[in-house]
Design a protein around this ligand. Structure first.
Ligand code: TLP
Length: 344
């Protein structure tokens, strides 16, 4: 039976080119800064994003926490969207591990934080308040349906942080999806950020790892934070080698994933008992609601699994499907046919 894996783009397995590069990777001890392949990946990432330096880290979660720790001290405040992955899905690590106070502002459905509310949330100097040090954005925005944040909005946020002398971090786990969807170079989405992280292990299909980029001083602080979190890896070149292939070979093809997500969203919109606005989805993430009486998301996901189609129940009525390089247009048609059968 055809197996169509739409739970996440994190499910992607390394490509044959990655396996080959991993086997041949030149390595050294990266905690000593002596892994040539890690060093090469970090310089490539810094160059692609137009930043002074970069740091290879084990995961997107650690990339965010490291960046927050490098910008904030204990008791400092970070402003972020109420639907930010960092706030929602990272076990509250900023508070639990780094003693950073998260202050949320409601996200709009397009992943933005309204500029007026963002600026109003920045605290003045007052002995009663934590000090606001950081604003964090997410691009693309996972819980907002993979919405890409465009350069004009990022510029406005950049103006706010500069006006208040604070910093901007962007969780760019899927920033290359944003760049491809918007048709802009990735560095244009990084220009306003004091730090930006992206994941190699999602749509770019590398097995493990994320990269944080920023200025030299920030990366020095990030390197210390990575070490205290236990994220200093030794012969990590075997992983970075796959990351280099990811950056060179896997970015432009993300357009196919977006086309497949569009195909899926359009098809799902035609199935009665499901509800979504297909025009909303610009990248590789699609959310839809089950509105058929007597059926919930978990039950439908379980029934789909029996048909060889895996999706994720993201709420009592909400299901998420994510496209990636192991999913073809034919797979999408298979998933749509299964869905139509089940919803009859
Ligand atoms: N997202 C995962 C799950 O945790 C939900 C997924 O399948 O989408 N930032 C964003 C925007 C993310 O979507 C994720 C992972 C992360 C950070 C964390 O990355 P990892 O899983 O590498 O720690």
């Amino acid at each position: 039976m055809l197996h169509v894996e739409l739970r996440s783009d994190t499910m992607t397995r390394p490509t044959p080119a990655m396996r080959k590069a991993m086997a041949a990777a030149e390595v050294g001890d990266d905690v000593f800064g002596e892994d040539p392949t890690v060093n090469r990946l970090e310089s490539m990432a810094a160059e692609v994003l137009g930043k002074q330096a970069a740091l290879f880290v084990p995961s997107g979660t650690m990339a965010n926490l490291i960046s927050q720790m490098a910008h904030c001290g204990r008791g400092d405040e970070m402003i972020l969207g109420n639907l930010a992955h960092s706030f929602y899905y990272e076990q509250g690590g900023s508070a639990a591990v780094a003693a950073i106070h998260p202050r949320t502002v409601p996200n709009q459905s397009d992943g933005k934080i309204p500029l007026g509310e963002m600026e109003a949330a920045i605290r003045g100097d007052n002995i009663h308040f934590p000090r606001t040090r950081l604003i964090a954005l997410e691009n693309t925005h996972n819980l907002c349906g993979g919405a890409p944040l465009e350069p004009a909005y990022l510029k406005s946020v950049g103006d706010i942080v500069r006006r208040h002398g604070i910093k901007l971090h962007i969780d760019g786990a899927r920033m290359f999806n944003a760049a491809v969807a918007l048709g802009v170079p990735a560095r244009q989405l990084a220009v306003e950020a004091d730090s930006i992280s992206f994941c190699l292990s999602k749509g770019l299909a590398a097995p493990v790892g994320s990269v944080v980029s920023g200025g030299k001083e920030f990366i020095q602080a990030a390197r210390r934070a990575r070490k205290i979190l236990g994220g200093g890896m030794r012969q990590a070149g075997v992983l970075a080698a796959a990351g280099i292939v990811a950056l060179t070979e896997m970015v432009d093809r993300l357009a196919e994933d977006h086309a497949n997500a569009h195909r899926l969203a359009t098809g799902l919109a035609g199935v009665s008992g499901l509800e979504l606005d297909p025009g909303r989805y610009k990248t590789n993430i699609v959310y839809f609601d089950v509105i058929k009486p007597g059926l919930n998301a978990a039950e439908l996901v379980a029934a789909l699994q029996k048909e060889g189609v895996r999706m994720l129940a993201a709420g009592p009525r909400t299901i998420r499907a994510v496209t990636h390089y192991e999913v073809t247009a034919r797979d999408i048609d298979h998933a749509l046919a299964a869905m139509a059968r089940l919803m009859k």
